[in-house]
Write a new protein. Structure first.
Length: 525
């Protein structure tokens, strides 16, 4: 049984390889600096970031059912990871918490807790995508002008702080030239028919390496800290020495379990949100199995924690880069993990020649695609009930962090849902009588009428035109009518009778003590 499933997970497609291979290179080029940056921002060894990316690519993608999702170290967890490492006192203790968090995620997947991601409003998910795009752009601006790389990778704090750098006085013109030429390549290269088979990001990397070499010894020379920097491994023994293993003596430490549960919950929510967002980017509109994704993430975090890596999630930055580069299946994610491993073992010195300004251009281009103005126009055309939650989510994420922003967006979206529910509780139609001046009001109740609809129904009943002398309240189509609403209708019935009006009340249902009962109200003429 398990052998069959495993072979299905690892089955590769030669047909899609022509799409997945170039996409994997793009994802690799995007993932490499992010792995390093997130590790640096988290206060962890740089190797841990690359290791997490390798595991996210090879292990998680092999098990996951998502065709486009790419997993790696989670930018949304950097603040939590930094605080947890300081709180627990030792990195070996922290990675034990990562391992336990993975086990919790595995359990969540087995008990099918992945469906919770389906209950997030689409306006909030699209807002999350746009906000991540804006945050990427804000964070890459310093690198584009040759400034500090730490500003570019601190995704969760101080998104607007990237603009506070004195770009004009501190600009490195070499990095600026590389970035803007790279952006031009990314924009125009795909339109060149005879050359567009070569991935534009690969051209950007080659261009950056070449210009970085040419600029040496000139006023355009790049600073040493503006190149990619990964550990250089010269022997197997050196490679083995990079791994750190958990301190299992701390298994009963309460603080370890608190960190583990926190990471498990936040990483799971971030993964489910990313999976939902990635599915929206998929041109084929495939639906990723969320429970299987939680299982894959759980196994990935168990592996990462055991070998000394960081907590991982499905990452929207890598995943969107994968989708935009034309990836078709999870082969691209698996291959990107292999490229990270090869880069670490075989060509670290060559990788370290890549200017961060060129990689910043790739991310700026990706960020623009996520937050392009056409998306804002599209949401506005859908109405304010979609546009406002979308914009609020964008602003909240940019100024706070991913989960806080999504939470605020959901609250605003819920308000509009409740507001719509209150206004859609009934349908009113006033019929004129041909033989008299009296009118008949027909109020048809909705399928679900809750206590939230009590006020608008009450207001409408007691504010009917004076010309209405006959009222029909029809609840036959309703599957549920709250008892509070029935009380309002009964009170109105007595009020109408006292005024000499004709009123007809049809069947209604209400819920009492967990059982749905039917109550037939009398007809009054």
């Amino acid at each position: 049984m398990f052998g069959t499933r495993t072979s299905a997970f690892l089955k590769l497609s030669k047909r899609d390889l022509k799409y997945d291979f170039p996409a994997s290179i793009v994802v690799f080029l995007v993932a490499l600096p992010l792995c390093l940056g997130i590790a640096m921002a988290s206060g962890a060894p740089l190797f841990a970031g690359i290791l997490t990316g390798i595991i996210g690519g090879i292990v998680v993608a092999s098990i996951s059912g998502s065709p486009l999702s790419v997993s790696g170290p989670a930018a949304g967890l950097t603040v939590i990871v930094l605080g947890a490492i300081e709180k627990l006192g030792a990195y070996e203790t922290f990675i034990l918490a990562v391992l336990i968090a993975g086990a919790i995620q595995l359990i969540l997947g087995i008990i099918k807790a992945g469906m919770i991601g389906n209950y997030f409003p689409s306006a909030v998910i699209l807002g999350m995508l746009a906000a991540i795009g804006i945050t990427i752009i804000l964070k890459q601006i310093p690198l584009a002008f040759g400034l500090s790389e730490t500003n570019a990778f601190d995704f969760e704090n101080g998104g607007i702080a990237a603009f506070t750098n004195t770009i004009i006085t501190s600009v490195n013109w070499g990095a600026t030239i590389i970035c803007f030429l790279s952006l031009a390549v990314l924009i125009f290269w795909p339109n060149i028919k005879k050359l567009n088979k070569i991935p534009a990001p690969l051209v950007v990397v080659l261009l950056g390496v070449g210009l970085g070499f040419l600029f040496q010894g000139t006023s355009f020379a790049l600073n040493p800290d503006h190149f990619v920097s990964i550990p250089v491994v010269s022997s197997i023994a050196e490679f083995k020495g990079l791994f750190i293993f958990p301190d299992f003596t701390q298994i009963l430490n309460k603080e370890v379990w608190i960190v583990a549960i926190t990471i498990a919950i936040i990483a799971s929510l971030e993964t489910l949100l990313s999976i939902e967002a990635v599915d929206k980017l998929d041109p084929l509109k495939r639906n990723s199995p969320t429970n299987r994704e939680l299982v894959a993430q759980g196994i990935g975090n168990i592996t990462s924690g055991f070998l000394g890596g960081l907590p991982m999630t499905s990452v929207i930055v890598r995943s969107s880069a994968n989708a935009n580069a034309g990836g078709k299946t999870r082969q691209s994610a698996i291959l990107h993990g292999l490229w990270l491993l090869v880069a670490l073992l075989a060509i670290p010195s060559i990788i370290n020649l890549i200017p961060l300004a060129g990689l910043a251009a790739i991310l700026l281009h990706t960020g623009y695609k996520l937050a392009k103005p056409a998306l804002f126009k599209q949401m506005l055309r859908k109405g304010l009930d979609q546009f406002i939650p979308f914009v609020v989510t964008v602003v909240a994420i940019v100024f706070t962090d991913l989960l806080t922003g999504v939470g605020i967006g959901i609250l605003v979206a819920t308000f509009y849902i409740l507001r719509a529910n209150m206004h859609n509780a009934y349908h009113l139609k006033i019929n004129s009588n041909d033989h008299s001046e009296n009118e008949t009001a027909v109020i048809t109740l909705a399928e679900e009428v809750t206590f939230l609809n009590k006020a608008p129904i009450q207001q409408k009943l007691y504010n009917l035109p004076k010309s209405v002398k006959s009222i029909i309240i029809n609840g036959q189509k309703s599957k549920f009518i709250d008892k509070d609403v029935i009380d309002v209708i009964k009170d109105f019935e007595q009020n109408a009778i006292s005024k000499g009006l004709e009123i007809e009340l049809n069947d209604v249902t209400y819920k009492r003590n967990g059982f749905v009962k039917k109550q037939k109200l009398k007809k009054v003429v």
